[in-house]
Write a new protein. Structure first.
Length: 384
């Protein structure tokens, strides 16, 4: 059974490889496996008798983390140990390459659930997994805050004190200010076992008592270290003026203020608008989809059947989606099946059920753009 798990999931080790070429091939395979999973899942929901498709769905789940661990109910067996090793790889993938994980395999609910389960069943886990879990906690403390990271603090309290405590002390002494705060908070928790379960109010109390402030780290201005801000430049949105029917473009302009300034430029005759931008509006899943600066509806969005929506930030994002869908269907170059770090394409778009409709919607959306915004690259450059 252990060999069968390695056969199905062994390739996921390449997702955390130091070699970008190896990692890119693994990302391509992950996208293919995810497309197959969503295709089978669509057949499962449409089938009159789910039992006829259940075996195919189980097979698709078994080749893709974190779904492969869905049926794991106990932790002491050799089979469970093998699955848990790949679950740790999945979590380590987020820690080492957060952009790739976010766009290809983001599952916040799974992350929360498994960190809680690992903490709860810590005494049942194989001994060789405990140092790996301690390493995950250290990696989480050494990077900026991400969704559900508070559950790493809960895991840290359940792990053996060493070598985790020593690693955190080293991190606290040598890291940047944000890292020292995060490592110091974990050390504070480990030094006082009577503290309540980690939560936001407790973190703020730690900052107030030990650093004299209550600011949450995500409120501070962050550099564009992953290129996300540059990718969002030129997002095409609906102009907010009620008498205007033209699209508008958004961007962030660097300024001497603690925060950047966000700028809205209409492609029609409306005057430009600019104001301080204290933080991005991360609201994926809204109806309609909105941009990350002003919360305005995206210009490039159209609802498909069953309520699913095709949306894009700008023409380059739209082109990426089209190339990826065609590549996964076999009608485009295989290399295009990986959309890159900023162009995550949901698996359902490449399934037989939706593929042709998605391509038709993309063509219709592209036709709604002014000619100057249809070219490659960001939708447009906004002059300050």
């Amino acid at each position: 059974m252990h060999d069968d798990i390695d056969r199905r999931l062994g390739w996921t080790r390449d997702l955390i490889s130091d070699d970008p070429a190896i990692r890119e091939r693994a990302l391509l395979r992950y996208n293919v496996a995810e497309t197959r999973y969503h295709e089978v899942l669509g057949h499962f929901h449409a089938a009159p008798d789910h039992r006829t498709v259940r075996a195919r769905l189980d097979e698709a789940e078994s080749q893709l983390m974190p779904y492969a661990a869905n049926g794991l109910t106990e932790f002491a067996s050799r089979t469970s140990s093998a699955l848990l090793e790949y679950l740790v790889i999945y979590l380590r993938w987020e820690a080492l390459y957060p952009n790739e994980w976010t766009w290809h395999a983001k599952r916040w609910g799974y992350k929360k659930a498994w960190l809680r389960r690992l903490a709860w069943h810590i005494h049942e886990l194989p001994a060789h997994l405990l140092p790996q879990l301690a390493e995950l906690v250290v990696l989480a403390a050494a990077r900026p805050q991400r969704v559900r990271d508070q559950y790493y603090a809960r895991l840290a309290r359940r792990l053996p004190r060493e070598p985790l405590y020593s690693r955190l002390v080293q991190l606290h002494e040598s890291g940047d200010p944000t890292t020292r705060e995060r490592a110091g908070y974990l050390i504070w928790l480990l030094d006082d076992p009577l503290q309540a379960a980690p939560k936001l109010s407790q973190w703020r109390r730690y900052l107030r008592e030990h650093h004299g402030r209550t600011e949450h780290p995500h409120q501070a201005a962050q550099p564009d270290s992953n290129g996300w801000r540059a990718y969002l430049a030129g997002t095409v949105v609906v102009c907010p003026r009620p008498d205007c029917a033209a699209p508008a473009l958004t961007s962030r302009q660097p300024s001497a203020d603690p925060y950047d300034r966000r700028r809205l430029v209409c492609t029609g005759s409306c005057p430009p608008f600019e104001e301080p931008a204290p933080g991005y509006v991360y609201t994926r899943g809204e109806d309609p989809e909105v941009d990350a600066d002003f919360g305005l509806p995206l210009w490039l969005q159209r609802r498909c059947r069953d309520g699913r929506t095709v949306w894009a930030f700008h023409a380059r994002h739209l082109d990426t989606i089209e190339r990826c869908v065609r590549a996964r269907s076999g009608s485009g170059p295989v290399d295009d099946a990986w959309p890159g770090p900023y162009g995550r394409v949901p698996g359902w778009m490449s399934t037989d059920r939706y593929r042709e409709e998605v391509l038709a919607v993309i063509a219709d959306l592209r036709a709604t753009l002014p000619a100057a915004l249809r070219g490659p690259g960001p939708a447009a450059t906004i002059e300050p």
